[in-house]
Design a protein around this ligand. Structure first.
Ligand code: G3H
Ligand code: ZN
Length: 278
């Protein structure tokens, strides 16, 4: 069933579990995430990032992912991740996305607040949830793409109250797209932020966070964690393996079978780590 996750993420922030949102890049990984979610009876978000939105029109993503989410046996939302473009956000809302992230993290705080506010005003009319970011989480693979800027507690408070976002993404030491190393999370800052803001916290760069830190985060007011790279790696590595193992095979439906299973496994592992009730 499709859902805007507002209530579910709020509940998660106040419970011992966190809702993972997964970046997907096609039908195969989207359906793999939903199968994993159904098997474990967990809610989740199918998230489209800039790479995916550049690859296929947002309207096509909306139709495809909405259909998958509507048929799912668990609550699934269709989310636009890290968007800096007002028009694309409007197109996503029109295309049936259930939540959007306006990423003003590279802007001065006044501008970030002003633009995020414009998005929340429009999105609320359509019952679409909004995520904003304060502070900035850098990228391991594209230095300079985003600043490395820990969230200041006062900024988080101001941003949350003035923008009326549903979820607040913060920078507490994470790094996007880490493949083989892990980030150092500053739990003191995370604690201070959670003690001072009333909205669920979102943590980006989930692939590069230590398992022990992810488990620790379930005790904090974190409602959502974004995970991308570990799924892309699982799919891509298994696909390479399949191509080498079956040099005569040209049918991509057959070649995609094992990589899709690899995505289900990584996704299930993440769901289990993020539920301390297990
Ligand atoms: O917004 C997407 C994420 O923050 C994913 O980060 O690719 O490091 O898991 P990741
Ligand atoms: Zn991110």
């Amino acid at each position: 069933m499709i859902c805007n996750m507002k209530t579910i993420i709020k509940e998660a922030a106040n419970s011992n579990y966190i809702v993972p949102g997964f970046n997907v890049f096609g039908y195969e990984d989207a359906i793999a995430v939903v199968r994993a979610a159904e098997e474990l009876n967990k809610p989740s978000l199918l998230m489209i990032n800039k790479l995916a939105a550049d690859y296929m029109p947002i309207e096509y993503w909306g139709k495809l992912l909405r259909a998958i989410a509507e048929d799912a046996k668990v609550p699934i939302s269709v989310h636009l991740d890290h968007c800096k473009n007002f028009d694309l956000i409007i197109r996503a809302i029109k295309s049936g996305f259930s939540s959007v992230m306006y990423d003003g993290s590279q802007l001065p705080i006044e501008e970030n607040i002003k633009r995020t506010k414009e998005i929340t005003k429009v999105a609320k009319v359509f019952d679409v949830s909004v995520e904003g970011e304060i502070g900035s989480v850098p990228y391991a693979d594209i230095p300079g793409h985003a600043k490395d800027l820990l969230t200041k507690v006062d900024d988080a408070v101001r941003f949350t109250t003035e923008t009326n976002v549903d979820w607040v993404a913060v920078a507490v030491g994470q790094v996007h797209r880490l493949q083989h190393t892990k980030s150092e999370i500053n739990f003191d800052i995370l604690k201070e932020i959670q003690n001072n803001i009333s909205k669920p916290i979102v943590i980006h760069g989930g692939s590069g966070i230590k398992e022990t830190d992810l488990i620790k985060m379930t005790k904090y007011k974190v409602g959502k964690i974004n995970v991308g790279t570990s799924l892309r790696m699982a799919f891509g590595e298994e696909l390479k393996h399949q191509v080498i193992k079956n040099p005569e095979e040209f049918d991509r439906i057959k070649l995609f079978s094992e990589p899709s299973k690899a995505v289900i496994e990584v996704t299930k592992k993440m769901f289990n780590i993020l539920d301390s009730n297990n």
